[in-house]
Design a protein. Structure first.
Length: 295
């Protein structure tokens, strides 16, 4: 057994040699290493905060976002137009009827009826906007998938293909950008902020009611997980999106004859009602006169 003093001396020498080797191969001080660790922690916190900010921008419960109204300015413009649609027609109709000599009571009644109709229209504008936005997603989804197929066939991986697609889309004016590419951009930003790409696609697809987009993003995430051989799954996904869009267009075309003949049927029913009203009124008058004391 070594003496305790010898053991302490050996440990001191080993510690000094280790520290000397560390100083020889690294010019960094312990304080610098500690500062780097702190900066790494702050970077992770910054990345987490950035990711939360991006997710906050994708407001999953915002009906305006689900209707394709992304910015606060666009939302303000939409609400401004809705108020004008609700208020302007009743005022205009009431003033015109007063100028035409209609009694104020009747003019007020007609203005109130116009206000009710305008209110219904203004309340349904968001619903119609959302339906148009869903149709726009269905229209652009096959195109975007086809662009991704072409990019991956050129040798790029999926994320690089999406990045190239987003860079090309930035060259377009803000109002001309399609919604599918916007959602891909949000998923890409979440991925850049540290969220796995598959989870980013799921997070973004929650904000849309489009079944086609949810299905496409789900399979896009699976294709990204597979890594190699992504061209085949993307080609199948693009073909499926195109086929689904064609099926929906065929349904719309099949309903066109009904929509085209419905106004004619309503006009015919109204004309028939007018024609039947006169004989009915005549019969009622004759029956009233035939009753003793009826006239």
């Amino acid at each position: 057994m070594f003496d305790i003093n010898v053991q302490i001396a050996v440990l001191t020498i080993l510690t000094a040699v280790s520290y000397g080797a560390y100083r020889l191969y690294s010019n960094r001080t312990p304080n610098e290493v500690f500062e780097d660790l702190q900066s790494l922690g702050s970077l992770e916190e910054s990345s987490e905060e950035n990711r939360e900010n991006i997710i906050r921008e994708i407001n999953l419960k915002d009906p305006y976002f689900q209707a394709g109204i992304y910015t606060d300015e666009a939302k303000k413009n939409f609400l401004r137009v809705s108020r004008l649609v609700c208020l302007v027609p009743p005022v205009v109709i009431g003033c015109l009827l007063l100028l035409l000599g209609l009694p104020p009571a009747k003019a007020l009644l007609m203005a109130l009826m116009a206000f009710g109709l305008s209110f219904i229209i203004s309340r349904n504008r968001l619903v119609w906007k959302k339906e148009a936005f869903d149709h726009e997603i269905e229209f652009f989804l096959p195109m975007v998938m086809e662009r991704l197929v072409m990019a991956t066939q050129s040798g790029l991986d999926l994320l690089a293909s999406i990045k190239a697609l987003l860079e090309l889309e930035k060259l377009q004016p803000e109002n001309d950008r399609d919604p599918v590419t916007r959602f891909l951009a949000q998923a890409y930003e979440l991925n850049e902020a540290g969220l796995p790409f598959n989870d980013a696609l799921k997070e973004v697809s929650k904000s849309v009611d489009s079944t086609s987009l949810k299905h496409a993003f789900l399979h896009l995430g699976h294709a990204h997980k597979e890594g190699a051989g992504v061209v085949g799954p993307l080609r199948e996904l693009a073909d499926a999106a195109q086929s689904q869009f064609q099926d929906k267009m065929e349904e719309v075309v099949a309903k066109l004859p009904v929509k085209a003949t419905l106004p004619l049927a309503i006009c015919f029913a109204g004309l028939l009602a007018c024609m039947m009203t006169v004989p009915i009124i005549t019969v009622i008058e004759l029956a009233t006169k035939a009753v003793p004391g009826g006239g």
